[in-house]
Structures are given as structure tokens and as C-alpha cells.
Ligand binder design. Structure first.
Ligand SMILES: [Zn+2]
Ligand SMILES: [Zn+2]
Length: 143
């Protein structure tokens, strides 16, 4: 929270109730959120805002590096805190559950892109789509 507030101040932005609320919503979220979900979560902590305000404030936070866009679905943008450690997502296409997975192993591939093609990778985005453990009834689990 403090780091985020500092970032807003240093970019010349004001600390409004909506911004403070958004920071809290993103800190407490355990998965990427849609704009509708963000507005609902804001309401739950007593911050009443219009959709327009939510869109505007999210754009502000994306521009200032506090929040990141996550492209899980072509029809709806999702957002998550930019302070999370690097991770990918597992998206269940049956129940819609979204889980974060860490332990990225793409560094080697990125180095190869540089060595073989001269392409310097600065970031990547990779999401996995399929069936979650419950929808798949635990098949394939090694326990
Ligand atoms: Zn599922
Ligand atoms: Zn990665």
C-alpha cells in the first residue's frame, strides 16, 4: 500500500478515496479481476463509484505501473497488481477458475531468442487453458 501511494504522489497524482480503495482491492485479490468485479469489490469496502470512474482510475493505475493488464479472455480485460512476482495463469474453461502459477522456466528460451535471432525479449505473457483439478476430477494428479 505505501509503495503504491508513494508512486501516485511522485507522479503528481492525488490520493483519492477511489485510488486508495483500488490499491486495497488489488492487494487483497487472489486472481485477476474484471472491471465489474473491481467495482463490486470497491462497493464491498464502502467505496461507491460509477463504472466510468472505475475505468478511468484503472487506466491511471496501469499508466503509472501499479496495475497490469492480463489478457485471459479476448472479450474482457482483466487486471492484477503490478507488485506480484512474475507468474502465469491456469484458466479453467469449464468453471472459469483462474489460478496463478510461479516458477517460470522461460528464461532459457528467451536467451535462445537472443542468441539465435538477436531478439532481446523484455517481457512475455503465457496463460494455460484447460480443465482445473475439480473439473478434471483429479485425473492426472500425482499425489
Ligand atoms: Zn474448473
Ligand atoms: Zn514467465
Amino acid at each position: 500500500m505505501e509503495g503504491a501511494l508513494k508512486k501516485i504522489r511522485s507522479s503528481g497524482g492525488r490520493i483519492t478515496k477511489a485510488r486508495r480503495g483500488l490499491i486495497r482491492v488489488f492487494e487483497e485479490a487472489d486472481k485477476p479481476l474484471s472491471v465489474k468485479e473491481i467495482r463490486r469489490s470497491l462497493g464491498e469496502i464502502g467505496v461507491k463509484t460509477s463504472m466510468t470512474t472505475v475505468y478511468r482510475e484503472i487506466n491511471f493505475m496501469v499508466k503509472n505501473g501499479l496495475v497490469k493488464e492480463v489478457n485471459l479472455y479476448p472479450e474482457e480485460k482483466m487486471y492484477e497488481s503490478a507488485y506480484l512476482v512474475h507468474h502465469h495463469h491456469l484458466v479453467c474453461e469449464k468453471c472459469g477458475r483462474v489460478e496463478g502459477v510461479g516458477g517460470c522456466r522461460l528464461a532459457e528460451i528467451e536467451q535462445e531468442m537472443y542468441r539465435k535471432r538477436g531478439f532481446r525479449v523484455t517481457r512475455h505473457s503465457l496463460e494455460f487453458y484447460g480443465l482445473c483439478v475439480e473439473c478434471n476430477q483429479g485425473v492426472g494428479l500425482m499425489t
